[in-house]
Ligand binder design. Sequence first.
Ligand code: SF4
Ligand code: SF4
Length: 369
Amino acid sequence: MELKPLGLRCGLPVPPISIGTARLPHDREAAAILIRAALDAGMRLIDSSRTYDDSELKVALALKNGYRERAVVSAKWSPWAVKVDPDDLPTASCARKRLEEQLHRLQVDYVDLYMIWLINIPEHYHSATAPGGLLEGILRAQDEGLVRHIGFSSHDTPQNICAYMRKSDWCEVVMVSYNLINHHNACVLRQAQELGIGTLVMNPVGGGKFAQPSRVLNALVRKTGVSSAAELAIRYIMNNPNADSMLSGIAKHADIDDGVRCVECGPLDVEQMRFMHDMLDSIDEKARHFCTACGYCMPCPQGVDIPGVMACLERQLFWDLSDSARKKYRMLRGNDAAKCIGCGSCLSKCTQHLPVPDEMRAACRIFGN
Ligand code: SF4
Ligand code: SF4
């Protein structure tokens, strides 16, 4: 696979597809064999994490016998993403403690990339970058050679992520979600490239939801002549020159073979992209008048997660991703549309002037009470 620099600031050469470790097999030996197979197939960057089962220990096993030198090892942590100890804080000393532990678990002398994990709200950014905060500890570790490059991941709004990047001359890499059905972060990828920040794409195949039946995706697959929605999703991302590499969770050998095969097919051609844009534009047109997840309607006095319910409706109505929409709806864990009593207090707050109580009733009809 062709390599390209992970942004000007970082510059590490990476192929378009990298190794996600969230779905590795439970068995440590089997997981290590799989990681090595991915490295042998040309992947380089391994995105490890303190959680994901004991993925760091699996990565450590895979990196033995000369594989460390072939890999770009990325680690990440923040107390918002996972508290290893209940008293973990976003401080320099805590960052140092967690980093030393990660180096020990990964059995490496340094990590190539360290990501502040999930800066999801401005308060996270401010506490991470405040004097004595996480960043200070990581920068000190960088001076000592324990960390080569630094970045952050985020599910915040594109506007906020862009603002964080503009203020962060320390940031060399950013990791955000971006895929076929959620391309709001295209502007983040563009600005990152302008600033010389490398870009890693999470959820390139929507966390597996593109494998589910969908009339909309099936029509796109048919029209573009590709083999699957997953291929479409991977090659669609390759059409964006601002996406340096995408993280593909590997659970079995076929995931590696399929990922590499799709990447080797290259970006979609002009005709295929024309089909894509026609379809995406018509969906975007409908979505433009739908919920933007801005959250201004919250809190609902009855505890309804209004943006969460709306996201389920969007998945169902615009993408025909029934299974995925229902699964997401169940994950609202009771804060769903059934709690809505139609009080209407959200109506005047909705920035899109949506009939929220009607949408809640529609959600009850579609997903049940
Ligand atoms: S109308 Fe329903 S969703 Fe809106 S604030 Fe009232 S209870 Fe909550
Ligand atoms: S205010 Fe309207 S657009 Fe914003 S999250 Fe609530 S329902 Fe969606």
